[in-house]
Design a protein around this ligand. Structure first.
Ligand SMILES: Cc1ncc(COP(=O)(O)OP(=O)(O)O)c(N)n1
Ligand SMILES: Cc1nc(C(=O)O)sc1CCOP(=O)(O)O
Length: 519
């Protein structure tokens, strides 16, 4: 029975590679096991095989795929499809023109094309492709890539173009560097309002596995399980600054005192002590450990992970990325403080590696750091709309990055700007004295991460962190015992402690000083 192409399940699409199959197995056993484990589509990809053998392999595989009602597609070769009776073909942009492929294979054949940009999507749409292979999403060792990486953001751009322009439904399977640990983030970060990828195409994670059944099963589980960090839609009362937001801030601080969340810091040596003291003062339990081998155990405990690259060593990015992935799998919120991002190539690569390799619920940085993450020059100049340091343009920076990353971004400064891409708040609490103590920005990160540990709405958690930290600074600077930065630093920790105590006693007067507006 030929496959009905309107009913294909694109969830887990296996692309074969004969050179990866572990010794002792063969392509037929391997593919059968992978299908039993959950593969829903198979593509036979033979780059070096002679035509005769290619057709023979296709015919034998077709017997297997038919048993499971799974479509078998052939990579690149129309003649092999025709000779074997396979269900369709996958072609690249430089292969045979789609109209010719269709003419040769007929209306029922499943025809897919590789797409990595809007320009390539136009080719696929014009040729009425049945599906797109969207990639390369990430780097891969499976083949030498000749096209730029698409990333989750590029995938979203293409999906949104298709949604608005195709005029017919085109399932898209993402391909390139996809593993168990990045699947959920891929689905989450690439989705548009209404269109998501329909599945993932995998080579090495299944073909190189000695247990293809288990590999496929585990990949399918990740596909079917929503990302643990997907935020719920914000409560309508928290869309704008107002009484509900202020009440929520006090509830967050009270919750921290009650729950004592663990906040795992992988942070810099300069700020570590202040961050640990501020954590304790607000009611959290700080752990300062750069050891990735502890990350799995720490992620199991409720709390948050803070990554700060201020004094990172050459080996730090590997340990931090490992911790980030573990936190993502556990659903533990992660705050990234990209200290000095853009200052050196090492820092640029480190931050790019985190954003490509994991999901950070909150990114907190100063304006130069956030500009660096957006690929803009560190200093405001030029005529682009993001060039000045007004609150409005910093709000644009924050919301642009938040929309790109599908997360919450804080641009810290005299006025802290917090955005999740939809809502953007300005928090004007704080004092200039914060600029005279080392690690004050890093410690704001600690306070925000602690709020994120107890609050699902990360944008509101970030606002709460900015408010409590800013008000503590305002109170500290007014104290008679504060004579300068040294005494201010101590008083700052004391005031965080006092605010937490007042919250615990139900005295919420402190929050009357909150200065939160919409950007
Ligand atoms: C599902 C899927 N997507 C993309 C590709 C890549 O195809 P192509 O661009 O033709 O590159 P090669 O496979 O020929 O190296 C694919 N095979 N499958
Ligand atoms: C065959 C192929 N095509 C790609 C594209 O982007 O067009 S990436 C790719 C290889 C994907 O292998 P793995 O799952 O091992 O990363």
């Amino acid at each position: 029975m030929p496959i009905d192409k309107s009913k294909i399940d694109w969830s887990l699409y296996l692309v074969t590679d004969p050179d990866m199959i572990p010794e002792g197995s063969d392509i037929y056993t391997h593919v059968r096991e992978a299908i039993k484990g959950g593969c829903t589509v198979v593509q036979l990809r033979e780059k070096k095989t002679d035509t005769g053998l290619f057709v023979e392999k296709a015919k034998k595989l077709l017997e297997i795929t038919r048993e499971y009602n799974v479509p078998l597609l052939i990579n690149d070769r129309v003649d092999v499809v025709l000779a074997s009776g396979a269900d369709g073909i996958h072609v690249g942009q430089d292969d045979m023109d789609l109209k010719d492929v269709r003419r040769l294979l007929g209306p029922d054949a499943i025809i897919g094309i590789s797409v990595g940009s809007i320009k390539e999507a136009k080719v696929g749409i014009a040729g009425r492709a049945d599906y797109f292979g969207l990639g390369p999403i990430w780097d891969t060792n499976t083949k030498k890539l000749t096209k730029p990486l698409v990333g989750t953001m590029g995938a979203r751009t293409v999906l949104s173009y298709i949604e608005q322009n195709a005029g017919y439904e085109i399932p898209c399977v993402a391909i390139g560097g996809i593993k168990d640990y990045n699947i959920q983030r891929l689905f989450f970060q690439s989705r548009t309002g209404t269109k998501s990828i329909s599945g993932i195409a995998i080579v090495s994670a299944i073909m190189a596995s000695t247990t293809p059944y288990d590999a496929a099963k585990s990949l399918l589980t990740s596909i079917k399980t929503p990302a643990p960090f997907i935020p719920s839609p914000p409560s309508p009362s928290l869309l704008h600054p107002g009484d509900a937001l202020i009440t929520k801030i006090t509830q967050i601080i009270t919750q921290i005192g009650k729950k004592g969340p663990l906040v795992h810091h992988m942070t810099n040596n300069v700020a570590k002590n202040l961050q640990a003291n501020a954590s304790l003062a607000i009611g959290a339990s700080p752990i300062m450990s750069e050891n990735a081998l502890e990350a799995a155990d720490l992620a199991k405990i409720n709390g948050a992970l803070l990554l700060n690259i201020g004094t990172a060593h050459p080996e730090s990015p590997v340990a931090m990325l490992e911790a980030l992935r573990i936190a993502n799998t556990a659903g533990t919120p992660v705050l990234l403080d990209p200290v000095g991002a853009g200052a050196t190539q090492f820092r640029k690569d480190t931050v790019a590696g985190f954003l490509a390799g994991g999901y950070c619920d909150i990114i907190k940085g100063n304006e130069a750091e956030i500009r660096a993450l957006l690929g803009l020059s560190a200093h405001a100049r030029g005529v682009d709309s993001l060039h000045s340091s007004s609150s409005a343009s910093r709000a644009e920076l924050a919301s642009t990055l938040a929309r790109r990353e599908q997360n919450t971004v804080v641009v810290s400064g005299a006025v802290d700007v917090v955005s999740d891409g939809e809502r953007t708040f300005c928090v004007s609490n704080g004092d200039a004295m914060l600029g005279f103590i080392t690690g004050s920005g890093c410690t704001l990160g600690t306070v925000i991460a602690t709020c994120a540990a107890v609050e699902e709405d990360k944008c509101v958690a970030a606002v709460a962190g900015c408010v409590v930290y800013g008000i503590a600074a305002e109170r500290a600077v007014k104290r008679d015992d504060v004579k300068g930065p040294g005494t201010f630093q101590t008083a700052l920790v004391d005031e965080i402690w006092r605010i937490r105590g007042e919250c615990g006693e139900g005295n919420l007067d402190w929050v009357k000083g909150a200065k939160v507006t919409s950007a």
